[in-house]
Design a protein around this ligand. Structure first.
Ligand code: PXP
Length: 242
């Protein structure tokens, strides 16, 4: 059964717009769980532009399964080791970016990744690497000891949005081949970034992908339908393919 992780960063983005109390990410997370998602995702960025440290602790103490997205910086690693989420997803981070751009360069950061994976495995935390659909990145993730990869679907989503069918089909093919390859080497396969209620359908046909991590499109829809309905609809698409 395919799983849905809902990213609640943008609930915190709205709160931080006024540096106020509301809306509360952990309250949103509870609604997402009641609506049927399998895990809650949040990204504690080094610049703390949305999720704050206290959100991470509140989420850890409240939700069933927390997937903490994070850069491999020493400060954030230290926090993650205190929080002990069920899973960490290691992402690259640039201060000037609007959202995570591009996958983690595991080839370049393999030694650091290996050390980081060991720290997390010592605390029974599952480690996933957010990477481009490239075989070398998959090999490097496996060699460093990761349990899973999350395939970056951002480029696919951009082509889909621009109605460039030839390009999105090509990107989908890269995603499919990478998913097949990763699974054949024993890695679990996740996918995320830019996925929405339309572009999810072709990606759902990739059988190896067992977890989808989605934020922006769900929170946007929630503004008009309410969060419960927005999550429930994505759950229906992912779990029932309709
Ligand atoms: N997966 C990862 C690793 C991400 O960095 C993000 C964005 O925070 C997502 C999934 C969710 O992307 P989106 O908000 O575009 O659905």
């Amino acid at each position: 059964m395919k799983k849905l992780g809902v990213n609640v960063d943008h609930v915190a983005t709205l709160r931080q717009a006024r540096r106020g109390m509301f809306p509360v990410p952990v309250v949103a997370a509870g609604i997402c769980e009641i609506a049927g998602c399998d895990s809650i995702v949040c990204h504690l960025r080094e610049d703390r532009r949305h999720i704050q440290d206290r959100d991470v602790y509140q989420l850890k103490n409240t939700v069933k399964t927390l997937n903490l997205e994070m850069a491999m910086s020493d400060e954030i690693i230290e926090i993650a080791l205190k929080v002990v989420p069920a899973q960490v997803t290691l992402v690259p981070e640039k201060r000037e970016e609007l959202t995570t751009e591009g996958g983690l360069d595991v080839l370049k950061n393999k030694t650091k990744l290996k050390e980081t994976v060991k720290l997390f495995h010592d605390r029974n935390i599952v480690v996933s690497t957010f990477i481009e659909p490239e075989f070398e990145q998959i090999d490097a993730s496996r060699e460093a000891g990761a349990d899973a990869i999350e395939i970056h679907t951002g480029r696919y989503a951009e082509y889909f949005e621009a109605n460039q069918e030839e390009n999105w089909q090509k990107e989908l093919d890269r995603i499919l081949k990478s998913a097949e390859y990763a699974m054949s080497t024993g890695l679990k396969v996740h996918a995320g970034h830019g996925l929405d209620y339309k572009n999810i359908f072709p990606v759902l046909k990739v059988p190896q992908i067992e977890e989808f991590n989605i934020g922006y499109s769900i929170i946007c829809k929630a503004l008009f339908t309410g969060l419960y309905e927005a999550v429930q609809e994505m759950v229906r698409l992912i779990k029932k393919g309709q």
